[in-house]
Design a protein around this ligand. Structure first.
Ligand SMILES: C[S@@+](CC[C@H](N)C(=O)[O-])C[C@H]1O[C@@H](n2cnc3c(N)ncnc32)[C@H](O)[C@@H]1O
Ligand code: SF4
Ligand code: SF4
Length: 300
């Protein structure tokens, strides 16, 4: 991480903790809901089938920057399917950097391209070992790994959504990450039970088992981009939500924390570890602050 970003984030953190600042620092812009996959756990693909126009996205980027947002994510649908006015997602990342965003990340299913040097972090969704990943995401595992092989200069973090089908795969996926040259880290979320996907939810016993596995793997030095202490808060469902410092923007509409905020009762069953981590961080939890600094300096 650049020194300038580090100082800027530290000042924001101090303001948040001591002056209860709730201005958003992190935003996700949804570029499109088109997707080339229909994953079993997903509730946000191919609903309106819209490619949002370049001009709207550019305007939103400028607004967010002027409002103080410094960490920007692009997401979808399949994010890399977006193109408009002769621009693609890589152009958007480059423009976001020119505007001044300190960290610009992208989330992708990895079936199209992973050679995205423009991004600070590429969150690449892999949902387990080959058999379970392909069960959830269609027959894409081999294609994704071929794309990883070609992505020499990118900072790739595997993003796994853990559910009751793939939860035993955590260790094996960590091994794969550790042994794959072009992958730097892995980050976990738990299944969030959107309507129609409840059958993938984990029981409390399964969650405890996975959390213990992840903690053990962290102790053994696997490159896990999550916060150790946040896992216990997640298990106890003991964190304040929605996270006010995070925004999602889709088609000019803004949501605090996530689009899911509008679904009755879902926040109480939230599996998005990053939401818990940010909420704890901005709530001023000292252990989480320390772990965030350590983790971000290592992986960003
Ligand atoms: C909606 S996808 C969009 C980006 C891209 N298409 C992809 O799959 O990475 C963003 C992330 O949300 C995760 N996700 C989708 N449904 C989820 C659910 N019910 N619970 C937890 N994570 C989920 C996906 O696994 C993916 O990592
Ligand atoms: S690739 Fe992403 S957006 Fe598409 S269906 Fe899967 S999780 Fe949803
Ligand atoms: S707390 Fe979880 S479910 Fe609620 S809006 Fe945030 S990410 Fe979505």
């Amino acid at each position: 991480m650049k020194l300038k970003s580090f100082i800027e984030f530290s000042i924001y953190g101090l303001k948040t903790i001591f002056f209860k600042n709730t201005n958003p620092i992190l935003a996700t812009i949804i570029l499109t809901d088109y997707c080339n996959l229909t994953c079993k756990h997903c509730a946000v693909n191919n609903i309106d089938k819209i490619i949002h126009p370049y001009e709207d996205i550019k305007e939103e980027m400028l607004k967010l920057y002027n409002e103080g947002v410094r960490i920007l994510f692009f997401c979808g649908g399949e994010t890399l399917l977006w193109n408009d006015s002769g621009k693609n997602a890589k152009d958007l990342i480059a423009e976001a950097k020119e505007i001044g965003f300190e960290l610009v990340n992208i989330v992708t299913n990895g079936t199209i391209d992973l050679d995205i040097k423009e991004a600070d972090i590429i969150f690449l969704s892999i949902d387990g070992t080959k058999e379970n990943h392909n069960y959830i995401r269609g027959n894409t595992f081999d294609t994704i790994l071929e794309n990883v092989e070609k992505a020499n200069d990118s900072n790739i973090c595997v993003y796994m959504a853990i559910n009751n089908r793939n939860y035993k795969d955590v260790k094996e996926l960590c091994e794969l990450v550790k042994n794959t040259k072009n992958i730097k880290s892995i980050s976990f979320n738990f299944h969030t039970p959107y309507e129609g996907t409840e059958d993938l939810s984990l029981s409390r016993e399964q969650k405890i088992e996975v959390v213990n596995t992840i903690k053990q793997l962290m102790k053994e030095g696997y490159p896990i981009f999550n916060l150790y202490s946040a896992l216990d808060y997640y298990l106890d469902n003991n964190w304040n939500r929605p996270c006010k410092q995070c925004l999602v923007v889709e088609n000019k509409k803004r949501f605090v924390c996530g689009r899911c905020v509008e679904i009755d009762g879902l926040c109480n069953e939230c599996g998005y570890l990053f939401a818990a981590e940010f909420a704890l961080l901005f709530g001023g939890n000292p252990k989480i602050i320390y772990e965030t600094l350590k983790t971000y300096l290592k992986f960003v």
